[in-house]
Design a protein around this ligand. Structure first.
Ligand code: SF4
Length: 305
């Protein structure tokens, strides 16, 4: 019987996502002519759909956009793509998160100082592709520890290590140690963002206290997957759900599931989290206690009050 619902102290929209959505909203209200977002503004289908309904287009490549305003998503983009868009006469609105832009600056400065960079991240993620675009001849990507440690000796090179903003904080601490053992001269630039650190730390605190963790987020959201995986490692029952519709009441037929933790990825709107809490309270027959941090108290009481 579900008795307690614990809300993670940090969850949901991060600064970079809020900022990108604000840019896209303002642009769609004020721009004359067509407005197109390159890729998904943030990795959440509800947010993407909201802009489609406003008549904002979406393109996978700048080659598919011939006029109007082009919005760059929070994940950023390689500089040659921005140049290409500008050379086509497009009005470019850059909603790249400042913490991603900060990585561009770190890499540009390091390369000027003679460094080659190993970037620890998924090479197919938009953020990584944008970062690599800032110094394609000086960056090598490693998607995991195995790939990173298999890289050449490079003892004769000035070497730097950067990391995807949403990487697993504990895994990266291990990788960092092993990398330093292989390359003692390696300069570490820990570029995991503050939002990731706070959300993962909140899960590390929450997951040991509960029987199940539900992470609200899209399948396309790397940071949501990571939160679910961390929860699963700790409590053995971490599940990524897109919305309240994915909550299965039969999960709670299991009498051992008495407490559920709730978190959400950095691109998940609050209303989706609120809907999940509502559904869980309903499943408990209205008896489950909702426990949240001081920061989230207002937000949650609005839902269940
Ligand atoms: S997850 Fe971090 S880097 Fe990505 S948009 Fe949010 S604050 Fe920026």
């Amino acid at each position: 019987m579900l008795k307690k619902i614990h809300i993670a102290s940090h969850h949901g929209f991060c600064m970079g996502v809020k900022r990108a959505i604000k840019f896209a909203e303002e642009t769609s209200e004020n721009a004359t002519g067509t407005v197109t977002i390159l890729n998904e503004i943030v990795h959440n289908e509800h947010v993407v759909e909201k802009f489609k309904k406003r008549g904002v287009g979406q393109a996978k490549s700048v080659d598919d956009v011939s006029e109007g305003t082009l919005i760059i998503s929070a994940h950023g983009i390689a500089p040659d793509i921005i140049r290409k868009a500008e050379s086509k006469g497009l009005n470019v609105i850059d909603a790249t998160c400042p913490l991603v832009t900060n990585i561009y600056d770190i890499i540009t400065d390091a390369v000027k100082d003679g460094y080659n960079i190993i970037h620890y991240g998924n090479p197919h993620h938009e953020e990584t592709m944008g970062i690599v675009g800032y110094a394609p001849d000086h960056i090598t990507c490693a998607a995991n520890e195995e790939e990173l440690l298999a890289l050449p000796d490079w003892s004769d090179r000035k070497l730097g290590l950067t990391v995807q903003t949403t990487a697993h904080i504990e895994d990266f601490a291990i990788v960092e140690k092993k990398a330093l053992k292989k390359w003692p001269h390696l300069k570490i630039f820990n570029t995991i963002c503050n939002a990731t650190t706070k959300r993962q730390s909140a899960i590390l605190e929450l997951a040991p206290k509960v029987d199940m963790v539900l992470v609200v987020g899209s399948n396309s959201s790397a940071n949501s997957h990571r939160l679910a995986a961390i929860s699963n490692d700790i409590c053995g029952n971490g599940i990524l759900i897109g919305s309240a519709k994915d909550v299965d009441a039969s999960w709670f037929d299991d009498a051992t599931i008495e407490s559920v933790g709730i978190s959400a990825g950095a691109s998940t709107p609050d209303f989706l989290v609120e809907d999940v809490i509502k559904k869980l309270v309903e499943i408990s027959g209205g008896t489950a206690e909702v426990l949240q941090s001081e920061t989230d108290r207002k937000k949650v009481s609005r839902t269940i009050g």
